[in-house]
Design a protein around this ligand. Sequence first.
Ligand code: ATP
Length: 617
Amino acid sequence: MKDEPQEDVFSDKLDLSLWVRVFRHALPYKRLLVPLAISAVAIALVDASFALVTRWAVDDVVKAGAMPDLLPHIAVYAFLSFSLAGGVWVFINSAGGLANNMSHDIREECFRRIQELEFAYFDHRPTGWLISRLTSDCDKLARIIAWGSLDLVWAVCLVIMISVILVVLHPVLGLLVLSVVPPLILVSAVFQKKLLLSSRDTRKFNSMITASFAEALQGLRTSKTLVREEENLREFQGLSSQMYGVSIQNALQSAVYIPIVLTLGSVAAGIALWRGGSGVIDGSLSLGTLVAFIFYAGQFFNPINQIAQVLVQMQGAQAAGERVLSLLATVPGISDSDDVKERLEKWDKPERPADLAPDGYEKNIRSLEFRHVDFSYTDGESVLKDFNLAVGAGETIALVGASGGGKSTIVNLAARFYEPTGGQILVNGHDLRERGLAWYQSNLGIVLQGPHLFSGSVRENIRYGRLDATDEEIEEAARGVNADEFIRLLENGYDTDVGEGGNRLSTGQKQLVSFARALLANPQIFIMDEATSSIDTETEQLIQQGLKAIFHGRISFVIAHRLSTIRTADRILVIEKGRIIESGTHVELLNAKGHYHALYTRQFQQEREASMFDAVG
Ligand SMILES: Nc1ncnc2c1ncn2[C@@H]1O[C@H](COP(=O)(O)OP(=O)(O)OP(=O)(O)O)[C@@H](O)[C@H]1O
C-alpha cells in the first residue's frame, strides 16, 4: 500500500456476492428504489413502443392508399413522448437521491468505524489510503448502485422487449436480425474493458503530470540551486510522452469500436431490408413491420453498450467495494468487554453514586500500574519486556532516553491506545480492560509534540477540551496555564482565528493554548510529549508555569526534552530498549553519575548553553 491514490485492480470475474452486500445499502431507500425500478421498466416499454406506433401509421397509410386520419397515431405518439419525459424525470430524481443518500450513509458509516478503531489499525494504513476510502470509493459505489443499476434495468428490459416484439412480429426475420446481438455483446464487452483501462491510464498520467507541475513549482528554488532543471525536464518529458501514448490508444480504441458497432447495426438493418423487403413484395410482411424492424435493428446498440459499460464498471469498482466493505466489517481491536458493557448498562445512569464511574468502579484514579507488561507492535519484535512501574496520583513521571527506547510506547499503553501483549496495566488495582474505555479515555489529557489546533478561534480551540464550558471557565483555564496574557494581546483576543492547524500562532503559543484546553478538560491522567523546538526563554517560563498548574494533583507522564521539566519531575525514568535502566529525581540521578548523568551532560548541556545564551542575549 502506498500513500498515494491508487487505481483499482481490474477483476476478471464479477463477484455477485460482493455486489449483493453492496446493494444492501440501498434497501433502506425503498421509497427511491421502487420508483427507480418502475420508471426504468416504463421507459424501456415506451422506448420499445415508438417503432410499433410508426408501424401502425405506415400500415394505415398503405392500407388507405392515401393520407388517412393520423390524429390517433399522433395522439399516441404524443402520449408516449410525455410518458418518456415523465419517466426520465422520475428516474433522474430517484437515482440522484439514491446516489447521494447512499454515498452519505456509506461515508458516515466508514467515518464512524474509523473513529472506533484502535491506533494499531492506522499503523498499517496510510492517511491517504483511508481518505480515498472515505471519498472516491464511497462515491464510486454509490454511483454504480444508483446510476449503474438504473442503466442495467432499463437496458436489459429494452433488449428483452425488442427481442420479444421482433420474434412475435415475424419469428424468422426476428431471429435473423437478433443474430447480430451475440457479436454485438462480445465486441461491446471487449472494447468497454479496453476503454475503461486506457481511460484510467490517461487519468493516472494526468494526475502524475499535475503532481509533477506542483512539485516543480514548489521546489523551484531547490532545483535551481542544485541545477536540476535539465533532469526535471527529462522526467517531465517522459511522463508527458506516456500520457500522449495512452491518450492516443484511448482515442484509437473508440475509433475502432464505434464503427464496428455501427456496422453491426447496419448489418442487422441490411438483413431486415433483404429478407423483409422480399416479404413486403410477396405480401407476407407489411411495410410497417419492415420499417419497425429497421428501426429496432438500429436501436439495439445503445442498451447493449450500456449493459457492457455497467458490467465493466462493476468489475472495475469491485476492489473499491471490497475495501469499503472490509473497513465496515473491521471489528475494533480495543473495545469494552461484555462484562464492562453489562456494568455500563447497570451503572451508566444519572442516579448512580457520585463516587462511581459509569462502569461501576471508583471514579478517582489513585494509581496506575504496569505489572510485568510485555508489548510488541508486530509479532516477534518485542518493544517492552517485563516492564514494571507504579505511579500514584499527583506524581509527575519524566521519561527520558535515546530515540526508539520505548517512551512513546509506554504512554500509548497508559492511554490504552494499544493493549499489552503480556502482563497487565492496572487502575486502582483493576485491570485496565475491566474499565470502560470511553470513560477512561475521557479522563486523559494528551498534548503531543506538535500540538494540533483546529481552524477556528482561540476560544473554540480551548473549548474543545470541554464543550459545555462557559467563557469564564475558558478564560480561567487560560489564566491557569499563563496563556491569558498573550491571548488578550492578539488581534481579536479570544476570538482571534488561529488559522489552519493553528499556523497563525507560534509553536510556544500553540502549546499554551493546548495546555489551556487540557486544563479545561480536567483530566485525571495527563500525558505530554514535549516539543523539542527551541522556544524563547520568556515563553519557556510561561510554559513551565502552565505545566505546573496541569501537573498539580494528577498522574502525569512527560516525554521530557526540556531541562526545566525534568528538574521538576517527581521521578525521572531513563528508558533504554524497553526497560527502566535508572530511576530517581534529577539530583539523585546526577549524583549517581550513571546513564542519566551521561545523557544529561551530552544531550541537555547544549540546551542549557542555548538557554543561558538566550538569557544573556
Ligand atoms: N506504530 C508502530 N509500529 C511498529 N513499530 C513501532 C511503532 N511505534 C514505534 N515502534 C517501534 O517501537 C520501538 C519503540 O518506539 P517508541 O516510539 O516507543 O520509542 P521512543 O523512545 O518514544 O522514541 P522517540 O524518542 O524517537 O519518539 C522502536 O523500535 C520503534 O521503531
